[in-house]
Write a protein that binds this ligand. Structure first.
Ligand code: ZN
Length: 686
């Protein structure tokens, strides 16, 4: 089984030793010894709960001109879908972004007013989240200025065009935007996971219009054939709306929804096709173009199969409607792109893991009937990202495992990647973070985390992505959507537990992946601390845990804490009024991870919705308000931001006689400059 999901993980966080990271990787990278790049300015901005970092692209300059040209075209394609993700996140995001951009560029009034700083914080948050809802928590932002001030900003802006609808005046636009921006009750939540209500109606995300959850479910039940062994990913690339009383799909394609942006993406992909590394890669790109033109999900599967089989190319990319995290029903995908090339040296590590995939599957603690008899095509590599776009920008994954279609994974395998120039940037930017010292119980544990944390974190991410998501199998007749709103959290926990169980295995030492058991112990320390304590810094007071990876981590940690209590496996301690969790018995903890992995795999293989619900709701959602308050207070004193994202490099082709002979890379563009430039040059939807 594999899940679908992507795992994309985003890492968010950051902090140093700590763990709170985002997506799929669970922990945050530990600081590494300062390298030669120490003087490079990794962090270029911080506001609200966000930090903006730069990433380096080591090895780019040494690539052949042909590969640089290919990366350049794919990079342009990655930027051309920016409007799509804004519109998918919320139907009014584009109008809002254009209005905000115009004010930032053209406001002639006082930019020293404290309210202007609040306004800029708001704008930067909207840019970061590709919309007005928090990228992780899904709640609508609360502006730090009032509607009257905003009216004044818009009216005090000169020389800029506002996105007025036909016949609309500036006052009409302001009246239209007022409740959207300032009334907290209007479209308060991007994605609702509260299954006691209508998940579709209660989500502001723009995958549905005028339909109820029941209508959506009935629609897809009506067109899906449950006996089809190779089903398309129903609903993946469309918006479902009610028109004239009928439920219809608006398909994303060249001549359909988002056509003008898709035309630009196709334009750059067609250029990329002319400089593909070889025939296999050219077929991949051409198949993607064919799919964008038709919107046919059969063609998307054809593309996915070609893509997963193309292992020889150095340059690779994701570009399309891929991940379904933002759909409360887990069907509809947001647009994203990651352009990259293989890190040949670091890939030796993941080669070792994938070469032993069958051994790991055969020895896993799950019931043999839920194991995969023959693990196919687990291909893993470490990559260097060169450009990110759509839902992967500025908040990025640090690992990706695709494709998502179960039958393709079963028949053709999957590609799993770890994006090491991102994890390196996180590490470097948090070298001196006070986070680790604040939340680590003893200097000895801190030292161990510093010594082994980054290494163990990379291995755990590899295990999660390369093996975890691809392990196990579904029982006949069980669909990958059986767990519905709990699917993503359960799936992430399955991959995480697989990694946690095995990182403590002697096999890790035997294969030379870890230097000694201390590294695995450091990983356990961070995971326990993150799930029970430190990831609380990313949750607002009074809120519960929402995001799938965070629910997974909370669920795992609370479950093993409770089950290990009779033997005091994990102990809660208080020192100077501060709470800590320490591990007293690492082997018993490992056994608990194994037990939970067996249960989570059973739930997945059987599609046991009630058990998934009990596990996630019972261990992964609720927050202890007192502990939460304490953690937030401790964290606030550190003046850190729990989420991070990246600006992209700027690539400039060097043209001679009409031909690209080289591509220059520049890492100096600022956050505001980049966002305004993207808004100006890569905006194609109305
Ligand atoms: Zn994952």
């Amino acid at each position: 089984m594999n899940t679908n999901i992507r795992c994309s993980l985003l890492v968010v966080l950051c902090l140093g030793l700590v763990g709170l990271a985002g997506s799929c990787r669970k922990k945050e990278p530990e600081p590494q010894p300062p390298a030669a790049a120490a003087e490079f300015q990794w962090q270029i901005d911080q506001f609200a709960d966000l930090r903006i970092l730069r990433y380096q692209v080591p090895g780019f300059e040494a690539l052949t001109p042909a590969r640089k040209e290919l990366l350049y075209y794919l990079g342009e394609a990655a930027l051309c879908g920016r409007d799509i993700i804004f519109d998918q996140n919320y139907k009014h995001n584009l109008v809002i972004r254009r209005t905000l951009d115009a004010v930032v560029r053209g406001y002639k009034g006082d930019r020293n007013d404290p309210r202007w700083a609040e306004f800029m914080t708001y704008v930067k948050r909207v840019w970061f989240s590709n919309g007005i809802h928090h990228h992780y928590a899904n709640d609508k932002f609360v502006p730090g200025f009032d509607a009257g001030y905003f009216d004044g900003l818009v009216k005090g802006t000169e020389g800029e065009a506002f996105p007025l609808a036909p016949g609309q005046s500036l006052d009409d636009l302001l009246a239209f935007l007022r409740p959207i921006l300032f009334d907290p009750a209007v479209d308060a939540k991007k994605v609702s996971l509260d299954s006691s209500g209508d998940l579709v109606r209660n989500s502001a995300v723009n995958f549905y219009d005028g339909v109820t959850q029941a209508e959506v479910e009935a629609y897809y039940k009506g067109i899906a054939d449950p006996k089809d062994p190779t089903p398309v990913s129903y609903g993946l690339n469309s918006r479902l709306v009610k028109k004239d009383g009928r439920v219809v799909e608006e398909v994303y394609s060249l001549n359909g929804l988002y056509g003008p942006a898709i035309a630009k993406i196709v334009y750059w992909l067609e250029k990329a096709s002319t400089v593909a590394e070889d025939d296999a890669q050219k077929k991949v790109i051409d198949a993607l173009v064919a799919y964008y033109k038709s919107g046919s999900l059969e063609q998307f599967d054809e593309y996915s199969i070609l893509w997963v089989k193309d292992l020889a190319s150095l340059v690779d990319f994701v570009n399309g409607f891929i991940e379904v995290y933002n759909d409360p029903l887990g069907m509809k995908a947001t647009w994203e792109s990651v352009v990259n090339f293989k890190d040949l040296a670091a890939t030796k590590r993941t080669d070792t893991i994938s070469a032993n995939a069958q051994w790991f599957e055969d020895h896993s603690p799950v019931d043999p009937k839920y194991r995969k008899k023959e693990v196919k095509g687990v291909s893993a590599k470490v990559i260097t990202a060169a450009m990110i776009g759509g839902d992967c920008y500025p908040s990025t994954p640090i690992g990706i495992n695709l494709p998502n279609a179960n039958w393709i994974r079963k028949d053709y395998g999957s590609k799993s990647v770890t994006i090491e120039n991102f994890t390196y940037a996180y590490d470097q930017s948090s070298l001196k973070s006070p986070f680790g010292p604040e939340f680590t119980y003893s200097p000895e544990l801190l030292e161990r985390a510093r010594k082994y944390g980054a290494l163990a974190g990379n291995i755990h991410t590899d295990l999660h992505e390369v093996l975890g998501h691809g392990s196990g199998q579904l029982m006949p007749g069980v669909g990958s959507d059986s767990l519905k709103n709990y699917h993503s959290a359960v799936e992430e926990s399955r991959a995480d537990l697989f990694g946690l169980y095995y990182i403590m295995d002697d096999k890790m030492l035997e294969l030379g992946l870890l230097p000694d058991k201390q590294a695995a112990m450091a990983e356990y320390d961070l995971d326990v601390r993150n799930g029970l304590l430190t990831q609380l810094v990313r949750i607002q007071p009074g809120k519960t845990v929402e995001e799938a990876h965070m629910r997974s981590r909370a669920m795992i940690a609370h479950w093993v804490y409770e089950k290990g209590r009779p033997e005091n496996v994990i102990e809660r301690l208080s020192k100077d009024g501060k709470t800590f969790f320490i591990i007293n018995d690492y082997q018993k903890l490992r056994a608990l991870y194994g037990r939970l992995l067996a249960e989570v795999q059973r739930i997945t293989s059987e599609g046991d919705y009630e058990a998934a619900k009990a596990l996630v709701e019972g261990y992964g959602v609720q927050v202890d308000p007192e502990l939460h308050k304490e953690v937030l207070e401790r964290y606030a004193k550190l003046n850190l931001a729990p989420y991070a994202g990246f600006v992209n490099p700027v690539y400039t082709p060097v043209v001679e006689d009409g031909k690209i002979v080289d591509v220059k890379i520049d890492l100096t563009e600022g956050y505001i400059e980049q966002m305004l430039r993207y808004g100006r040059d890569y905006s194609f939807l109305r």
